[in-house]
Every structure is written in C-alpha cells, then in structure tokens.
Design a protein around this ligand. Structure first.
Ligand code: ADP
Length: 186
C-alpha cells in the first residue's frame, strides 16, 4: 500500500522476484485492458482518467480471476489492491477459500511534496494519462479518503509493516526485505 507515487509498482517487482511469486498490479491489469480496448478497459478508463477508483465489483472480480491462475497457487503479491474496505472483505473471502493467509501488508510512506515531484517526473517519461496535475491531486485525495483507513485495519490484524519510502529505490528495497525477514523469523 501507499499513495500514488510512493513506489508500489517498482518495489512490488523486486519483492515478488525475491519470493518467486507473481506481482499482481491492478493498475497494470487495467492499463493493459485499456490498451487492448477490451470491455473491462473501456469501463475502467473513465474512472482512471478522472483519478477515481474503478468500482469494487469490477475490480474484485478481476482480482479473483487473476489469483485463480496457476502461477498464483503458491503465493502472490498484490500491488494496489485492496484499496477500499469492501475490497478488504472481498480479499479475506478469496484468501480463505484458497487456504492461504495474508503474511504482511507493506505500507510505503512518502511525504506529499516528494510524491508530487515523483509523479510529475513520471508524467514526462511514461506519459500516463492519469499523471496530469488535476488528476494527480484527485488520486491523492481518493487515497486519503478511501485507502488510508485500511492502514488501521491491518495494524489491528498485526500484519502491518510501515516502511519509509524516501530515498533511493535500493535503500527502500533493503528496508522492505529487512522488515519481511524479521516477520519470517518470528
Ligand atoms: P497509483 O497508485 O499511482 O494511482 P495504479 O497504477 O496503482 O496507480 O492505479 C491506477 C488507477 O487504476 C487508479 O487511479 C484507479 O483508477 C485504478 N485502480 C487500481 N487499483 C484499483 C483498486 N484496487 N480499486 C479500484 N481502482 C483501482
């Protein structure tokens, strides 16, 4: 978890590779569907371009289908899901069914000025249609309103790892690995 620009996608790739599990990014799956012009993509695009969340019903079904695939049978890392309380409940149900449990929830904390700096830089290199100033601001608001409350939920479950997301990519990765090693030992 973490606000837009916190580095979720970047860190998800490295962490998933370390455990040899797939990184499942809801944002990437939506973008792939948009570029392929699928029905799901058409539905998702209007929300994404406005900086709003895609409706839970659409997102939940997509994740359910994805974690049903064979490569996720031995475990998976979710990047950008769950983001709402309804998604938390849905995920609990999906996981109970597979016999897995959530081992950890990693939250990347980065101050808001740095987030805007990173997203503005990304807008220039990647050209994501939701990286415009207004939409970036809206995405930050939606995160604060709908997703930040999940941090307390997972803290209550005792599986929250809060990581300082400032600094170089490698430094942040090191912090995440250390925190994960610590829970694995305990
Ligand atoms: P960021 O976290 O930087 O906003 P993502 O690539 O993770 O970027 O997500 C891009 C967009 O995809 C979001 O703004 C939202 O519209 C949609 N999206 C991704 N994950 C979810 C989710 N779990 N629930 C609803 N919408 C989602």
């Amino acid at each position: 978890m973490g606000p837009p620009g916190a580095g979720k996608g970047t860190q998800a790739q490295v962490v998933a590779a370390r455990y040899n599990i797939p990184a499942i990014s809801t944002g990437d799956i939506f973008r792939k569907n948009v570029s392929e012009g699928t029905e799901l993509g058409l539905e998702a695009k209007r929300f994404m371009d406005a900086g709003e969340y895609v409706p839970d019903s659409v997102t939940n079904l997509m994740v359910r289908n994805r974690i049903d695939e064979e490569d996720a049978a031995k475990g998976f890392l979710l990047d950008g899901y769950p983001r709402t309380l309804a998604q938390v409940d849905e995920l609990d149900g999906m996981i109970a069914f597979t016999g897995h449990k959530l081992d950890a929830v990693v939250v990347l904390a980065v101050d808001s000025e740095e987030l805007v700096r990173r997203l503005t830089a990304r807008a220039e290199t990647e050209g994501r249609t939701d990286d415009t100033e207004d939409v970036i601001r809206r995405r930050q608001e939606v995160y604060a309103e709908q997703t930040e409350p999940l941090i307390e939920v997972y803290r209550g479950h005792g599986i929250l790892l809060e990581i300082d997301g400032a600094g170089e990519v490698d430094e942040v990765t090191g912090r995440i690995f250390d925190a994960l090693d610590e829970i694995q030992e305990s």
